[in-house]
Design a binder for this molecule. Structure first.
Ligand code: MG
Length: 384
């Protein structure tokens, strides 16, 4: 997370997509478990460096897009050409005070977290950055008959997402001649003398354009990710003179949990469950209690770190489920606030976070009010 930056991803989904065949625009065709446009949306929404995702849609397609993605989203109505659509997206990003934008085609459903990180990192030194792959095939001119073979030395296949400093891309769009079409945005920045970095692209970023591409996309959707589930468990002691932090929320209670950090037992169990899905040890491995940095630390940062590790591997968090075990306080009145806070920490929609509570019928240490226990289960999908 870079607190001085505000980063907005703009997904351009306003095209008709007629070359792909089919009755619905291709961005709404299902690939794997979701619509094409939803794959890219979740890749950006799930990345810790992205603050907001805007989807540029054709007029009247706002509702269909929201339904395809399955969560509340921000849409911007596009224009007659790709370039106009991007300009509308940029205006909306500027109004939302973005400092950096990523511009991405909805027809590229699979966006590795590594590529998002790489293009954003390159903006420290450049006005723009894009993923690209070297051309592997022989290139030739021809018109029904083989013409001259073109050297592929120094030639690259340019992909998206393309990342830009907002000010640079806004100026470049405004300066581009009205009668000249541009197939991508980076060339506009380059024409004004702004440097655009090439970073390592990925074959999974290839565009889904023709009917046959859908079969490959379908295979990628099912083969590239494996579901993993893991559990976490934690206990902390209740003591006088402590604040009670539970599920990321300060709960009014005569006693609080004691421990080296803020002792949020619920966030600790969730953190361990998430770390477990990628076999990355436990909370003590990453934040040893012997380290004075974590004295009184807010446990939300432990949870965020676990989520970042999963996403750094190209993984996605599907669902987390938490059970808090105590006699008191009553969790019900705080459940909604905990759900919202955990969803925010994990950059997940709230419907993918479950918070439950139970007592132990006054039995055992939880029943006697000596401590609070929490258990959690996390389900993620990570690259196979
Ligand atoms: Mg703990």
């Amino acid at each position: 997370m870079d607190d001085t930056e505000r980063t907005i991803a703009i997904i351009v989904a306003a095209g008709g997509g007629t070359r792909a065949g089919g009755a619905v625009p291709k961005q709404f065709r299902r690939v794997g478990d979701r619509a094409l446009v939803a794959h890219a949306y979740h890749a950006f929404a799930g990345h810790s460096s992205i603050d907001e995702v805007l989807i540029v849609v054709s007029p009247g397609m706002e509702g269909a897009t929201r339904q395809a993605i399955g969560t509340e989203i921000a849409t911007v109505v596009g224009g007659a050409t790709r370039r106009e659509s991007v300009a509308h997206g940029l205006a909306a990003a500027a109004a939302r005070r973005a400092t950096r934008v990523l511009i991405h085609d909805a027809a590229r459903p699979f966006v590795p977290g590594r590529v998002i990180s790489a293009v954003l990192d390159a903006l420290r030194e450049h006005k723009g950055a894009l993923p690209a792959l070297p051309v592997a095939d022989t290139l030739a001119r021809g018109d029904g008959e083989l013409g001259e073979v073109v050297s592929r030395d120094g030639l690259w296949r340019v992909q998206t997402p393309q990342a830009f400093r907002l000010d640079a891309i806004v100026v470049a769009h405004a300066a581009w001649p009205a009668d000249e079409e541009a197939t991508d945005d980076a060339q506009m920045v380059r024409r004004l003398g702004g440097s655009v970095a090439l970073v390592q692209g990925d074959p999974v970023l290839d565009k889904v354009t023709y009917p046959s591409d859908f079969a490959l996309a379908e295979a990628r959707a099912s083969a590239t990710l494996r579901t993993r589930t893991a559990t976490g468990f934690d206990v902390h002691r209740l003591e006088d003179g402590e604040e009670l932090w539970l599920g990321g929320v300060l709960v009014p209670h005569p006693q609080g949990l004691s421990g080296h950090s803020d002792a949020d037992v619920a966030l600790h169990a969730l953190t361990d469950a998430l770390l477990g899905t990628i076999a990355a040890g436990d909370i003590g491995t990453h934040f040893p209690p012997s380290d004075p940095r974590w004295r009184g630390a807010e446990s939300g940062q432990f949870l965020r770190h676990a989520a970042d590790l999963i996403r750094a591997q190209g993984g996605e968090i599907d669902f987390v489920d938490l059970t808090i075990i105590c006699e008191a306080p009553k969790i019900g009145p705080h459940r909604a606030a905990m759900t919202v806070r955990i969803a925010e920490l994990l950059s997940l929609p709230a419907e993918r976070v479950s918070v439950k509570a139970t007592t132990t019928e006054r039995l055992g240490f939880t029943g006697r009010g000596e401590g609070i226990a929490a258990q959690a289960v996390a389900t993620v999908r990570v690259p196979a």
